[in-house]
Design a protein around this ligand. Sequence first.
Ligand code: ATP
Ligand code: MG
Length: 309
Amino acid sequence: MLAIETRDLRRRFGPTVAVDGVSLSVPRGCVYGFMGRNGAGKTTTLKMLLGLVRPDAGTIRIAGRDALADRLGAARCMGALLEAHGFYAHLSGRENLDLSRSLLGLKRSELERVLDIVGLSPDAERRVGGYSLGMRQRLGIARALLGSPEVLILDEPTNGLDPDGIADMRDFLCTLPARANATVLLSSHLLGEVEQVADRVGILHQGRLVLQDDLAALRAGQAPQLKLGCDDPLRARPLITDLGLKSEPDSGLITLAPSADVREAACALNRALVEAGIGVHELSPQARSLEAIYRDVTTLSPALPQDAA
Ligand SMILES: Nc1ncnc2c1ncn2[C@@H]1O[C@H](COP(=O)(O)OP(=O)(O)OP(=O)(O)O)[C@@H](O)[C@H]1O
Ligand SMILES: [Mg+2]
């Protein structure tokens, strides 16, 4: 069963079409990276899942429940981190969490559990006013984890963090499905980060889902590439072409045919270069970056029909 499934979700604000027929499929237990530029419609989509914005059209199923017919039932399955945390600065992390815990009617032991998952137990008695941004984000995630929801919805969890904070959050997010026994849907515009944590991605562009697939399948469908470092790139170029390979001089990347065997191509290329007296100091397979895939689907085909997603 899918953790989240939407069909043809739509929402406009006056003349602005924020979400234009989005059909998400998020399998259980995965980290799903929901990507798109500023204004693409990510937050609006997430708010519709959470029952905070009413869709104009479409259906939403959360853990098998019809979220529009059974809003409360669906809400009980979800925890969320949205842009504004709304924590009280003069209260401690634990006191802030305790307010939410008592509203939800949960046991006190739930506080220790969620503080432990996000690694905030040592700082739980400090005032939130003195927390770093990264600590506030973690506290927000701790609040989302109260009551062990099946689905966690995190809107830009790395927003505003410094590079160290982003790296910490990335490690944390990778292990979150296993530790919290949950499915994680996170939005982000940091493609490099999403690439390192997500199992599946959806790319939203001008309110439309222009691509949705497992990251492994996306990469498998791309033409493989080799990165070449040699001491005479100019002389190497015709030799590369002779082997039927395509070189991109600026990046040192060589693109193979989609069905090519990367190892065989690397061996043949190395042999040809060394036989021609060219020194090779690097020759390694490259995974096509999510950034390149993203650029392809958002610039080359900005208005892909929904069926193609
Ligand atoms: N309450 C609202 N009233 C009017 N327009 C809105 C409202 N909420 C969102 N919009 C518009 O809908 C579009 C999508 O906004 P949304 O916040 O969903 O994008 P986003 O992908 O989350 O962007 P960001 O990366 O900046 O957070 C934007 O054009 C935005 O101005
Ligand atoms: Mg947003």
